[in-house]
Design a protein around this ligand. Structure first.
Ligand SMILES: [Zn+2]
Length: 235
């Protein structure tokens, strides 16, 4: 595991559900925005099925979750948020989604793209990675490499842009850590904005976020980290 000291100029986070980016990379996004980085977030799904109670879903939940994304984004200092509005469970890595992602990559021209590692399926024998996470992850990989970087792919979406590196979360092969000691409370605040997704006490959820971020941090000589699988295309 290597501690990343990178300070990108522009970062683009592409995640499936309204709370995914905050949970996976909120500390990293907050750290970078505090250092002057432009941080853009793209959320593929509406969040319309993010409940275990059948009477709570649909339009009201979409409205509520969109507002949660906005408030969470304020804690992280996000530059922009794009909600693609795909119904939960219906993300497909198809030509249309890749075109939309390539268009966003060419518009924002990020140094780094963050998102879910689609190759991680099973976690600890107790969890199967959500299909929306996997489809979003495959779509962003395909959009970054090679499509966005090569001009003949989706030429109508603007001039080609080569992303320098990827940071993939929810991975079985983490090799890069970002020190989020200074931004852990911004992450906690962002995660806690997603009240529609919470059953427990906010104090307990904050402790879970801190405990998870503390794992492996001491070995790297810092207080809290977020870890990623890194793919470095160019320096
Ligand atoms: Zn999710």
């Amino acid at each position: 595991m290597r501690l990343l000291h990178d300070r990108p100029r522009v970062a683009l986070a592409i995640y499936a559900h309204p709370d995914d980016a905050d949970v996976a990379a909120g500390g990293t996004l907050a750290r970078w925005s505090s250092l002057g980085c432009a941080v853009h977030l793209v959320v593929a799904c509406q969040g319309d099925k993010g409940t275990h109670h059948s009477h709570e879903g649909g339009h009201d939940l979409v409205t509520r979750r969109s507002a949660e994304v906005e408030r969470a984004g304020a804690h992280l200092g996000l530059t922009s948020v794009d909600l693609l509005g795909v119904p939960d469970g219906e993300v497909v890595n198809d030509l249309d989604l890749r075109r939309r992602l390539v268009g966003l990559i060419r518009r924002f021209r990020p140094d780094v793209v963050l998102g879910p590692d689609p190759s991680a399926v099973f976690f600890g024998g107790v969890y199967v990675n959500h299909r929306d996470h996997r489809e979003t992850g495959w779509a962003l990989l395909d959009a970054v490499a090679p499509a966005a970087a090569m001009p003949l792919y989706f030429p109508e979406t603007g001039p080609a842009h080569a992303v320098r590196y990827l940071l993939l979360s929810g991975t079985h092969e983490p090799d890069a850590a970002v020190d989020v000691t200074a931004s852990i409370e911004a992450k906690v605040a962002a995660v806690l904005e997603h009240r529609s997704q919470m059953g427990g006490e906010t104090a307990e959820i904050g402790e879970v976020v801190r405990a998870r971020a503390a794992q492996g941090a001491r070995d790297l000589g810092v207080g809290f980290v977020e870890t990623f699988r890194r793919v470095q295309f160019t320096e």
